[in-house]
Design a binder for this molecule. Structure first.
Ligand code: MLT
Length: 408
């Protein structure tokens, strides 16, 4: 008899976005004539930029010729891509990251989910509330939490992100070893300043803690004073791992490519106190369990860093930011408070006391518009909904017209 990993029994029945998809499908079956507009999951709708598509095609052509054909690539990613990432995303911004500290992968969801494998099962973990559910669920699966009690797992230090603290996690009152941070934040759309991040880096350095920093939405930052990488903060190289994605930056949600930066200066510790290199462990993990991202996809990602690619992705993210502006202004005109949407594609709307799943249902039933109920991201998210700016301009404008009717 094979015994199951009973930690899975502690999870909520389904993953948040699967749950929402099921509810939307049910609604669509009952209302086949309604054209549903999806502002729920942050899935891009615009095509890959032309520079990326050209490189993608050339990569496929390389595979059609014995001379240029590639078989297994390096598990860490091809040098042509890692070099560009290091130069453009880090060194050009004054952050000290070298190409061999970059691990190319099929996306930030997998990497943020998998990284916890490197840690002992009894570490103390701080997780913001609300939060991207992957960080929490993967630690539940690994057995690092107790049961779910009143919407919260035992043995997790929750960092409440509420109006009173501008939705920014505050330093924990009890000591922790591992800290998950995400900026621009999913789901609230808020951004951390350099000072905000410096506090966390200092905390991690003083407490031998590690920060897992999810920067999947950094390409939406327009305010030049905001940090786009945690490595813009002095001392972060010793205490932080950073996750990035081409999904939202360049339209790769269906193409799959991202990367994780594991600085060589980061260590974690054995029970006898000896330090082990985190870079070495992640490299060991990836070379054992992962065979790299396909060659044409890495060629496509490389093209993001060409001058044309840079101009095209900037236009792409600007289009979504304009959508975010339209959404924010509409909600404000309807009398709702919100945050996010200025350096982020997510708008976090205060439901004025409504339960977030009820608010979600109201928008779906009365307007045919899908949002994400804040409660799905944690207890502190419950009075909020998240509206995503990832859709066409026409659909966003149409959705806002419908909300004006449904909420007047
Ligand atoms: C979201 O909607 O939160 C994201 O699209 C989920 C993801 O990137 O996996």
């Amino acid at each position: 008899m094979i015994r199951a990993n009973e930690n899975y029994q502690k999870l909520k029945a389904s993953y948040l976005f699967s749950d929402i998809a099921r509810r939307v499908d049910q609604f669509q079956k009952k209302n086949p004539d309604t054209r549903v507009i999806r502002l729920g999951i942050g899935d891009v709708t615009r095509a890959l930029p032309p520079a990326v598509i050209d490189a993608f095609h050339r990569g496929v052509d390389d595979m059609a010729n014995d001379v240029t054909f590639r078989g297994y690539g390096p598990e860490q990613g091809y040098a042509f891509l890692r070099d560009k990432i290091a130069a453009h995303d880090y060194q050009a911004r004054g952050a000290e990251v070298s190409a061999d500290e970059i691990f190319v992968s099929d996306g930030a969801k997998c990497d943020t989910g998998n990284f916890q494998e490197l840690f002992a099962s009894d570490i103390r973990i701080a997780i913001p509330d609300p939060v991207y559910p992957v960080y929490l669920d993967t630690n539940v699966m690994a057995g690092r939490t107790g049961e779910l009690v009143d919407g919260r797992y035992e043995n997790i230090v929750y960092l409440d992100c509420v109006k009173e603290n501008r939705f920014l996690p505050q330093l924990p009152k009890t000591p922790v070893d591992l800290i998950y941070l995400c900026f621009p934040n999913n789901p609230t759309g808020t951004c951390a300043t350099k000072q905000d991040l410096a506090q966390w880096v200092e905390y991690a350095r003083e407490n031998q803690a590690l920060i897992l920093y999810d920067a999947a939405y950094e390409a939406f930052i327009r305010n030049p004073s905001l940090p786009r990488s945690i490595y813009e903060i002095k001392g972060a190289r010793e205490v932080a791992v950073e996750f990035r994605s081409f999904s939202k930056t360049a339209g790769f949600t269906g193409t799959r490519c991202g990367f994780t930066v594991v600085p060589r200066d980061c260590s974690i510790f054995l029970s006898n106190g000896d330090a082990v290199s985190l870079h070495g462990l992640w490299n060991r993990r990836q070379s054992t369990k992962f065979n790299g991202v396909s060659y044409p996809v890495q060629r496509a990602a490389e093209a993001v860093y060409s001058p044309e690619g840079q101009a095209q992705i900037s236009e792409l993210t600007a289009g979504y930011l304009d959508n975010a502006d339209i959404i924010g202004k509409t909600m404000a005109n309807l009398g709702f408070d919100y945050v996010g949407g200025d350096n982020s594609p997510y708008i976090w709307v205060d439901g004025q006391g409504r339960d977030s799943w009820e608010f979600f249902d109201l928008l779906l039933q009365n307007a045919g518009v899908v949002c994400t109920p804040g409660g799905g991201f944690g207890r502190c998210g419950n009075p909020y909904i998240r509206i995503s700016a990832f859709n066409s301009r026409d659909n966003v404008v149409d959705a806002m017209e419908r909300l004006k009717e449904a909420l007047k």
